[in-house]
Design a protein around this ligand. Structure first.
Ligand code: AKG
Ligand code: FE2
Length: 229
C-alpha cells in the first residue's frame, strides 16, 4: 500500500458484507501462494489446468482460474467433479481450516454472517490469478445452490473490489480496496449481489507475499444446499 501507516479498520461494508484488512499474515500468504502454485503445476496440461476460461458468450476471461473441490464447467454451466476422467484436486486442508475462523471474524463485523459460522462446509475453492492489467466484470456468483456466504482472500497487488445489489450491474455500489492479506466475506442480502474487480494496481504488492507480480484471489465456497461437513 502507498501509505502503509494509514489505519485500515475492519469495515461493515453493507449488510452481509464484512471486510477484515490484513487478516492473513505475510508468511501465511506466501504459504498459500506456494501451495496453490504447486497444485497448478501438478495439473498443468490436464483438463483441470489453470487457464483463462472461455465463456459461453465467446469471450475469454483475463483472469486465470484454478478450481479445487469442484470444477465449474463454463460451457455446460455446472459444477462437475471430474473432467474427461481427471478428478478435481481437493480443497487443501490449509484453506478448509481457514473457513470457520474467517467466518467468525467476519461475523463480528457483519452480524448477518453469524448463522454460518458453525454451519459452513468448504466444498470448493476458486483460485483466481490476475496478471497485470486484468480485471473481472460485474457478475453474480450464482453457480452455487447454497446461499452460504462467499469467503474471499486476496494476496498480491491491491485491487478495487466493487459490490452493488441484486437487481442489475448499476449503482449504487460499495467500493473496497483489497490489499494483500485482506479478507472479505459476502453473504446474507448481498450473497447474490453483482460484484467485480474494477482494476488491479500494478506493482503494489508487498515483498514476501509469494508473488512477483499480479494478484491472487481465493474464494472458499459451499456449493450444495444440504452439504454435510
Ligand atoms: O477477485 C476478487 O476479489 C473477486 C473474485 C470473484 O468475484 C469471483 O471469483 O467470483
Ligand atoms: Fe464473484
Amino acid at each position: 500500500m502507498l501509505f502503509d501507516s494509514l489505519p485500515r479498520p475492519n469495515a461493515y461494508v453493507a449488510p452481509g458484507v464484512g471486510h477484515v484488512p490484513g487478516w492473513v499474515g505475510i508468511s501465511k500468504q506466501k504459504a498459500l501462494v506456494e501451495e496453490t502454485r504447486e497444485i497448478a503445476r501438478a495439473y498443468a496440461h490436464t483438463p483441470m489446468a489453470m487457464v483463462q476460461p472461455r465463456l459461453r458468450s465467446g469471450g475469454q476471461m483475463s483472469v486465470f482460474q484454478l478450481h479445487l473441490g469442484r470444477y465449474w464447467h463454463y460451457l455446460s454451466y455446472r459444477y462437475v467433479d471430474n473432467m474427461e476422467g481427471t478428478v478435481v484436486p481437493p480443497v487443501p486442508d490449509s484453506l478448509r481450516e481457514l473457513a470457520p475462523a474467517a467466518l467468525r471474524q467476519a461475523a463480528q463485523v457483519a452480524p448477518e454472517l453469524e448463522p454460518w459460522v458453525d454451519n459452513f462446509v468448504p466444498e470448493m475453492a476458486l483460485v483466481n490469478y490476475y496478471p497485470p492489467g486484468s480485471d473481472m466484470g460485474m457478475h453474480v456468483d450464482d453457480s452455487e445452490e447454497s446461499p452460504a456466504p462467499v469467503i474471499s482472500l486476496s494476496i498480491g497487488d491491491e485491487a478495487l473490489f466493487r459490490i452493488g445489489h441484486t437487481e442489475n450491474r448499476t449503482k449504487p455500489w460499495n467500493d473496497v480496496t483489497l490489499c494483500s492479506g485482506d479478507l472479505v466475506v459476502f453473504g446474507g442480502p448481498k450473497r447474490f449481489a453483482y460484484h467485480g474487480v474494477v482494476r488491479v494496481n500494478d506493482g503494489t504488492l508487498p515483498k514476501g507475499c509469494g508473488l512477483q507480480e499480479g494478484r491472487i484471489n481465493i474464494t472458499i465456497r459451499q456449493v450444495s444446499a444440504s452439504a454435510v461437513g
